[in-house]
Each structure stands twice: as C-alpha cells, then as structure tokens.
Design a protein around this ligand. Structure first.
Ligand code: OGA
Ligand code: NI
Length: 361
C-alpha cells in the first residue's frame, strides 16, 4: 500500500465556497441521510450533559488531592474516552494567542495560503480533504497540518511565515503541550496499575511523535446537510484539543446519542486515541467524535496529537494480559496504521475495530 503523490481531483477550498455566499452547498458535501447531524438524537445547547471536567490544580502535591484527581481521570478514560482539563499549567495567554494566529492565518488572502498547499504524501501544510478516494463525499473544513516531533520531521519552513509571530508562538505551544502530555501519560499509566513510566516506554520513550492539525470550519449555508469533520476516532495516542471558546461544534458519541461538548474557557479537551486503546487492551477506549458546522459563525480548533514512535510495533502491554484477558489486538506500527487511515479518510471506528478482527482470526 502506497499513498499517491497527489489528490485525485482538483482541490476546492471550503473557505472559498463559503465566501462565495452560494445559498446551497455542492452535492459533494451533502452527507447520506443517516450521517447528517439531524439523523440521530443530539444534546442541545441548553442540555446539561457534558463530558467530565477535571480540575488539575494540585495534581502533583497533596496525596489526597492527587488521589481524587487520579480517580476522576480514571473514570473519564474508561467511561468517556473524553474529558476537559482545567488548571493544566499552560499559560492561558499562550492558548489565546495560538488560536488567534491561526484565525489570522486563515484570513490571509488565498494566494498567500496556497504557497503551503499540501499533498497526500505527507499531509503537511494547508489542506482541504482527508483521504484520497476519488469522488468521496467531503467534509466542510480546511486545515493545516505540521510536525513537532520527531525532530527529524520538524521543519519550521513548512509552518506559516505570517502572522509575524506565528512560528514563535507555535514553537512554544508545541513545547508546552509535549510537556503536558508527558505528565498526563504518567497519570494514565498509574491508573492502569502500572509504574508511571510504563505507558511512555510503550510509546518508545522520548522518541515519540507530536503533530498539530488546525481545523478551520467556515460558515455553512446548509449546516444540517453536512459535517465539518465526519465521525472518527483519533488514530494516534492521545489528543489535546483547544476548541473555539465561543463556538461549540464538537460532538462525542455516547451510545446512540451525540453529546455536544460545551467548551470551558482555557481548558483542553483530552481524548484517548486508537493507539492507547490498543496498548491498554481496550481498558481505555478511543471514542468516536465528529464536528457540526453552523450558518452564523466560523470555528477554529487546534488538535495536538501525541503519538507513539512510528516504527515500533504497538500492541497490548504484557502486564495487562492474563489467561482471562487475552490480547485483543495484533501489534502493528503506527506508520502502517496511519497509512491505512490516510488512504481512506475518517470512518468511525472501523479502523481500530478491524485490527481486532485480525488478531481474533
Ligand atoms: C480532530 C478533531 C475536533 C474539533 O481534529 O481530530 O476531532 O473540534 N477535531 O475540531
Ligand atoms: Ni478527532
């Protein structure tokens, strides 16, 4: 399996479509009836269901407080696969600036963004589709994708040169988030009943991968017919999402219902990816999520992906296995897994589930 070097069709920027103020969206963005936002039950803005909100203040101090926080995280990882964290230690001003530099970038004239146009070979740069299937139905969003780690993949020249402080802000953002993920990995490891470094070591120690996808969801004249991002689970290890604090849009699947996440200012939304589901032998679940769009407001979100070293086999940790708890997954490298995803685009949880059937047969 090899990824093609170019897109199967000419790329259309969703932002350009949105700015042309057409009253109807092109057929390519119209989802089949059962995938539309209106097809299933969804929580309303007024509903008080939300993913767990966990205050990390004091997580490395007092034993009682630490035990409480560990307990909350454990329950969130097992039951939801999604939670928001507050007082996580990353400067709120940095968060606001990071979101703002991207908003400014997406508002630059199209010709300045085109310089960074991406290809399906690496996905790095400015893009408008995921997956390379010709004739596929597309999502109502553009994005920008870049690498922080491993250092061999970090290339600041592929990052936007404008706004002027963009590269500097992004660099600091990446450093802070790598540190925060390292701390969260310890808590997750302890909650699995393991020594604090076991999970990180299963990721390949310090040689992990870290990348950022900034999603830009333009206003949409027919939001009920499409999705900003189709249902998927994140392929990597763990994701820290900085949502638009003013515009909800992320929905998390809970049984047959879609829960709309209500973002708390300056919190991160944390979610478990497929690789942690595999490593934990499904004790932690990577949960399906999607994004809805709206007619009145654009939305910007920063998804930071913390991934295992890409060329080592990733399978369930031995300490978690027992005769009555057999390995549910056959090991696979993240490089192999990602290629699979990149060919096909977002598709619910079919990818990680297919790993499962491979090991069962
Ligand atoms: C993602 C994602 C959610 C959002 O980028 O994988 O799920 O709110 N984003 O943009
Ligand atoms: Ni996602």
């Amino acid at each position: 399996m090899n990824c093609p070097v170019d897109w199967p069709e000419p790329i259309v920027r969703v932002q350009s479509l949105s700015e042309s103020e057409v009253p109807v969206i092109p057929d390519r963005y119209i989802k089949p009836p059962l995938e539309r936002p209106t097809a299933a039950k969804q929580s309303t803005d007024a509903s008080d269901v939300n993913i767990p909100i966990i205050d990390l203040q004091g997580w490395d101090g007092d034993d009682d407080l630490r035990a409480t926080i560990l307990g909350q995280i454990s329950e969130a990882c097992r039951k939801w696969g999604f939670f928001q964290i507050l007082n996580h230690g990353v400067n709120p001003q940095l968060l606001d600036r990071a979101r703002e530099v991207w908003r400014e970038f997406f508002h630059l004239p199209m010709e300045m963004k085109h310089v960074y146009a991406n290809s399906p070979k690496t996905y790095e740069g400015y893009g408008s589709r995921l997956g390379v299937e010709k004739g596929a139905i597309l999502d109502w969003s553009d994005y920008y994708f870049l690498h922080y780690l491993p250092l061999s993949l970090k290339d600041c020249n592929k990052w936007p040169a404008l706004p002027a402080d963009c590269r500097e802000v992004l660099d600091e953002y990446g450093r802070e988030l790598v540190k925060l993920c390292g701390r969260l990995m310890k808590l997750l490891s302890i909650n699995l009943g393991l020594e604090e470094d076991v999970l990180q070591n299963a990721f390949g120690g310090q040689n992990i991968g870290a990348c950022l996808r900034v999603n830009f969801y333009p206003k949409c004249p027919q939001p009920d017919l499409t999705l900003g991002l189709s249902s998927h689970s994140d392929p990597g290890g763990m994701t820290l999402l900085l949502p638009d604090h003013q515009v909800p849009g992320l929905q998390v699947r809970r049984q047959d219902e879609w829960i709309t996440v209500k973002p708390v200012p300056h919190a991160f939304i944390v979610n478990i990816g497929d690789q942690i589901q595999v490593i934990s032998n499904a004790i932690y679940k990577s949960v399906e999520h999607r994004v809805i769009v709206n007619a009145a407001k654009e939305r910007v979100s920063l998804a930071f992906f913390y991934n295992p070293k890409s060329d080592i086999p990733i399978g369930p940790i031995k300490e978690l296995l027992a005769p009555d708890k057999p390995a549910l997954y056959a090991p696979m490298t993240f490089d192999e897994y990602r290629l699979f995803i990149r060919m096909r685009g977002p598709r619910g949880k079919s990818q990680v589930d297919s790993l499962k059937s491979r090991s069962m047969t």
